[in-house]
Design a protein around this ligand. Structure first.
Ligand SMILES: COc1cccc(Cn2ccc3ccc(-c4cc(N)[nH]n4)cc32)c1
Length: 249
């Protein structure tokens, strides 16, 4: 997968050089290219923003630099992969979910356009929306100062789904929100050595070696945690699939 990110703060995307995404890049699973939007400005001050038409607070990102930057990125596409999905982080976007992460992880090329100020002149979205699949995406119901943090969140959620990126292939198949029996249940508690820490031991069932009972315990813990933290997810669970844990106990 190829990922392009255009930003006025390219250094904000440095975390894409480390850990899971950094390893995927060094292994060639991900081709990440970060671009400085100011490279496509032509005035002495590298101006990327201006006052909003109609008045109002803040500034709006000018369309010209974005148009030149995106034209440059699109022109560098490999033959046969000319049409990336354009991912636009915004508070007013559709929710970024595990389902959307899975969908985007199947794309060969994503271009992220994290903005700042009050966002990008709408005509940029209209212009590229005529030839590309443009996804305006929110990572949650809170307002950030720009789209770079959402890009880090989305890239990590997408990259970990790519084949060969996670060490243990099963790691994402049992994710919260992943399709399947535990779909939409939150993860329960996890434990590792030492067997006792500051007087606290390990739930006996996890030491029992009885895989059916362990699965049932984990299901029950996940159910309790979900009921407590996210009751809205409970009705989305598939009761038949959950019963499988009861039968296995
Ligand atoms: C566009 O409308 C806005 C209204 C008020 C502030 C801002 C600031 N801002 C600029 C670009 C930008 C990109 C993403 C986000 C964002 C995403 C989520 N989930 N929260 N915040 C915020 C952004 C923009």
């Amino acid at each position: 997968m190829r990922l392009d990110v255009v930003s006025i703060f390219p250094e904000y995307l440095e975390p894409l050089n480390v850990s899971l995404v950094g390893k995927a890049r060094s292994r060639g699973v991900l081709d990440v290219r970060v671009h400085d939007l100011r490279d496509w400005t032509h005035d002495r001050h590298h101006t990327v923003d201006d006052t909003p038409y109609g008045g109002g607070p803040g500034m709006v990102m000018k369309p010209e630099p974005w148009g030149e930057a995106l034209d440059h990125v699109l022109a560098s596409g490999a033959p046969g992969h000319e049409r990336p999905v354009l991912v636009v982080p915004t508070p007013s976007g559709r929710p970024f979910t595990q389902e959307l992460a899975v969908e985007l992880s199947a794309e060969p090329w994503l271009v992220f356009t994290p903005a700042r100020y009050e966002g990008i002149d709408r005509r940029v979205i209209e212009e590229y929306g005529e030839r590309l699949d443009v996804r305006e995406v929110s990572i949650g119901d809170y307002v950030l100062a720009g789209g770079e943090a959402p890009v880090l969140v989305m890239v990590e959620a997408i990259a970990r789904l790519l084949p060969g990126v996670l060490g243990n292939a099963a790691s994402h198949q049992d994710d919260s929100f992943a399709p399947g029996a535990m779909a939409d249940l939150l993860e329960g508690p996890v434990y590792t050595k030492p067997p006792e820490w500051r007087g606290r031991g390990i739930p006996e069932v996890l030491l029992s070696g009885h895989h059916g009972r362990i699965a049932r315990w984990r299901r029950d813990q996940a159910f309790a945690r979900t009921t407590g933290h996210r009751p809205d997810l409970i009705e989305r669970c598939d009761p038949d699939a959950l019963d499988k844990y009861d039968r296995a106990a």
